[in-house]
Design a protein around this ligand. Sequence first.
Ligand code: FEO
Ligand code: CA
Ligand code: CA
Ligand code: CA
Length: 632
Amino acid sequence: MTKPPADLSADDWDELNFPRPHENDFDRVVERAVSRRGFLNGVLAFGSGAAVMGTGLFGSTSALAQNASRFPFTPIGAQTDGMVHVPEGYTATVLARWGDPLVSAADGYDVANGGPVENSDKVFGENTDGMETFSFQGHQLIAINHEYANRKTNLPAAQDGTPANADDVLKFQNLQGVVVMEIAEGENGWQIVKDSPFNRRITHNAPMTITGPAAGHDLLKTEADPTGTASLGTLNNCGSGKTPWGTYLTCEENFNGYFGATDALPEDLPSETVAGYDRYGIGPDGWGYDYHKWDPRFDISKNPNEPHRAGWIVEIDPTDPDSTPVKHTGLGRFKHENAAVVLSTDGRVVVYMGDDERGEFLYRFVSNGVYQPGGSTDGLLDDGTLYVAKYNDDGTGEWLALTPEATGMDMAEILIFSRMAGSAVGATTMDRPEWIAANPHSVEAYCCLTNNKNRGVKPNAGGDATPVNGPNPREANNYGQIVRWRPHGDDHAADTFDWDLYVMAGNPEVHDGAYAGSDNVTAGNMFNSPDGMGFDSSGLVWIQTDGDDSNEGEFAGQGNNQMLVGDPATGEIARFLTGPNGCEVTGLTWSADRRTMFVGIQHPGGDWPDGGGALPRSSVIAVKRDDNGLIG
Ligand code: FEO
Ligand code: CA
Ligand code: CA
Ligand code: CA
């Protein structure tokens, strides 16, 4: 593709040269699907044909009207202020804020500078995201991701967030990654147990082991590790997962932004490396962290394979502070959102994973081995088959195996460049797959497709066309939707499934038709950009948003980012929590007794007093019922 002329943006130029059809394909694809399958309670039903009407997963078509709500709270309205709001009868308090010490010696957070570099790996990191709790020998442990660092608030304002030396870079590297810490509930609510032997930060420099079919491959060998079986650090830790054997999974998402180049790339780079840089968005400038100027490991002109050691799912044993985290190449390399781990009927490990970029894919891993409680778990996240999802407009879909025969790539290349492997087999381009959650009471899984302004407008980074299609039915999709699938034979290892849309977010006050959203979206519960998601033990699905919180125009009436809860059986959705303006609500888990729900408030704006006032800090909050009843 030639360069766009100076007076046109790349997007405008793209549109001019590859004009899209005037007709909105929504009518063609979705209205047809709707009339064939019917909206049941505001959701598209599984299966095809009128026979499923009223008898499908969701019960009768009027279930919403007939059934009493399963939600034990009065939903709250949209909010636009700098506070956290929860329903009457619930209270939210802060468990931990960015900069809170994990050890007594690291006390003393500095609002002006974000804290000194020497403490930066001994405090709660910034921008909390996915999290999971673990009970171990009477201790309540929690592992939490720290996705990224706010450059301007971590470095003196005069620097405008630009590192001036290696210590500035080290501070960024230390404030991100993962925290494992012990927590306890006392008279003052939930607190970090300072100085607990379990407290641990896993930063951008922490040693890791690389396992699986790509370990030791030439593309993973670097100056720091010539064997290709080790790595330093875990980058841009977004969503999370938990294995049946009690370990934490942290998912590397926008790892590309940390790399840059101080010089021209080596001329003898393999063509797949260069193609990979293009597909994964690795370029000479990075996203402003400037690691490459102070830490040669991140300089692709010197260490061109270093980016290949990021973009993986990392397994951490929270119960052993001396354990080395493991990067599992078997789970593929892409911009991992989270990992939803389930077992097939015969005990194999199935991991559902999304790649959060416009027009990228949904993945599934199925292990060769079977999980046996107490048995060895070696290879269960590495030895198996990686698949991509292909959705048909008729409500069916299939998992396409990424094999050398199907892709023309060798196994290591399939795993290191999973996106290219997915393109090779014709996976369905998706509207930015964020979190996936599996229903504990029914063999089905849900995925938030957060939004995609490029749907029907331009191809993905690999050149795959992105016409509107079944699960991604709206052009220039600014609201997002949640797709769910039910594997055939009620077995997560089955290669075929039925799918439908649980909800299409929208704005019924501003639009008619598709952009108003599905019938379970009303003026009272509307939202945009579903992102974080998880099922509670009762089978309700909690939905968090990371969208436009301007409360204007297309988004009028939706307010700040929020957390809602949905009933899978009826489609009913109710707003439970709203975050301070500017924030994203992301990450959720429960205490062992299920009387506390932990929720992440990432990058709050405004002046949220509980988050630190003048400089509101990213925090994890603890939400409880005032009667100390169960909350999921
Ligand atoms: Fe880190 Fe796609 O969210
Ligand atoms: Ca997310
Ligand atoms: Ca998001
Ligand atoms: Ca985010």
